[in-house]
Design a binder for this molecule. Structure first.
Ligand code: PLP
Length: 463
């Protein structure tokens, strides 16, 4: 192995200035936003790791492609380029563009899922779950047990629990309209799913005659993990591996804001012509004509090019390495994280770092606020603020884990930015013992973490 650093496989062509707010400005911004990081203006954030969705940098070829965008309402040449790239990648014959991933979910589930049914997934992403539940169906998570153990190091912690899948199909088979597998498993920490597991899911779906869809948002990162971790795949290209993944499924939903390397967009692709034609009818109702689906022609060009670039080996090696590099730096300084790091983010385990803050006082939220206060680094709380279930008596049923996600936008930050983030995390961790919790002052009835107002609980208040 070459010992030299794995460098960014690109040079910078256009730059965007980063905000460097002073500590006083950050403190004031926190007060103004009621200690909710969603309330910050982007211009108050130095390194924004809120999400890797739609935040990446596009290439010169993508920008050049945008100039070629054909904005014809029907039959745009940009659509045919997009369709060709998606067909070549996925093998699915029916390709339906949407404005983002959740629109593909909405249309697919409106067509296939009914009241009282059960959708099985390794872990439903939050928009996927919401769209299943909106249909009156149950969104059941069946990730393998190792996927729920943050400290355990295993190669494919996104795998579906095949025994649990069989039991669910046996018990509820006639109520299961489709099985989904999310690659990589975003809600479970960006952990990959092995080809062997996808194959086992396919076999069970055949046995019970249930369609199998991929939630393919991070298909390229998943393909890279298969290449580097699963026997027999080392000599295949990421594209060949991705093609094999898709060949095991009947269709997929996709957010182009992730491994489409675009700032907006998505698609639904499948083989069943009858289902596709029903989906297109709905698409016309909510998204637009089937050759643009809520996107501009230039977006379709950017996505088509992005789907090609994302499978470049140098890109995927750098991409996964930059996440792993941040993980190694903070873990070697003693900060507990979800292991091994996934494809798009480092998840800091706030329950382990701040054992003195009870879940009712949102330890992961407290940690996320400190990363911002300390260095202008914005992550996202994925713990009891986001997933706790409020009860009538004003308390919460806490979430299973208390995590802060530091998601890395694609091709945007350099190694020195990542070094800076690691130092901020380590400086905050060094004073973890003196940090206090938060309480909610005001909250919405659902998805409260986006808008909740909070205030610090005074440290040593004896609660
Ligand atoms: C982002 C994401 C979605 C939804 O896509 P949007 O483009 O944000 O609507 C669905 N599933 C997974 C796994 C995702 O990461």
């Amino acid at each position: 192995m070459d010992k030299r650093p794995i460098i960014e496989p690109f040079r910078i062509h256009t730059v965007q200035a980063i905000a460097m707010p002073s500590r006083d400005v950050r403190e004031e911004a926190l007060r103004r936003s009621h200690y909710n990081l969603f309330g910050l203006r982007a211009g108050e954030v130095t390194i924004d790791l809120l999400t890797d969705s739609g935040t990446g940098a596009m290439s010169t070829r993508q920008w050049a492609g945008m100039m070629l965008g054909d904005e014809s309402y029907a039959g745009s040449s940009s659509f045919f380029r997009f369709e060709e790239v998606v067909r070549d990648l996925t093998g699915f014959s029916e390709v339906i563009p949407t404005h983002q991933g959740r629109a593909a979910e909405k249309i697919l589930f409106a067509t296939l899922v009914d009241d009282g049914q059960v959708v099985l997934n390794n872990n439903h992403f939050d928009t996927t779950r919401a769209n299943v539940e909106y249909r009156g169906a149950e969104a059941r998570d069946l990730v393998a047990a190792e996927g729920n153990d943050p400290a355990l190091v295993a190669p494919f912690k996104g795998d579906m629990d095949i025994d649990a899948l069989r039991s669910s199909l046996e018990a509820d088979g006639d109520r299961v309209p489709l099985v989904m597998v999310t690659v990589t498993n975003n809600a479970g920490g960006g952990q990959p799913v092995s080809m062997a597991n996808l194959r086992a899911v396919r076999e069970l779906c055949d046995e019970y005659s249930v369609p199998f869809f991929l939630d393919a948002c991070r298909f390229a990162e998943n393909a890279w993990f298969i290449k580097t971790r699963e026997e027999d795949y080392a000599d295949m290209t990421p594209k060949q591996i991705a093609q094999e993944m898709f060949s095991l499924a009947d269709g997929c939903t996709m957010s182009a804001k992730k491994d489409g390397l675009a700032n907006i967009g998505g698609f639904l692709a499948l083989n069943d012509e009858r289902v596709a034609s029903e989906c297109r009818n709905l698409l016309i109702l909510t998204e637009g004509f089937p050759t643009y689906g809520g996107l501009a022609g230039y977006d379709l060009e950017a996505i088509a090019q992005g789907l090609i670039e994302v499978l470049d080996e140098d890109y995927l090696r750098y991409r996964t390495r930059s996440v792993e590099y941040l993980a190694e730096k903070v873990a070697s300084g003693g900060v507990p994280i979800v292991q091994p790091p996934g494809g798009h983010a480092v998840f800091v385990d706030a329950r382990a770092l701040l054992p003195h803050i009870p879940p009712q006082e949102y330890p992961a939220h407290s940690l996320a606020v400190e990363f911002y206060r300390e260095g202008g680094v914005r992550g996202i709380e994925l713990g009891s603020l986001a997933f706790g279930v409020p009860q009538e008596d004003g308390t919460d049923v806490p979430a299973a884990m208390e995590l802060v996600r530091l998601a890395i936008p694609r091709r945007m930050y350099t190694q020195s930015h990542i070094d800076y983030v690691a130092e901020v995390v380590l400086d905050v961790a060094a004073r973890a013992g003196s940090m206090g919790g938060y309480r909610i002052v005001e909250q919405a009835p659902w998805l409260r973490h986006f808008t909740a107002r909070l205030e610090p609980v005074p440290v040593g208040s004896g609660r």
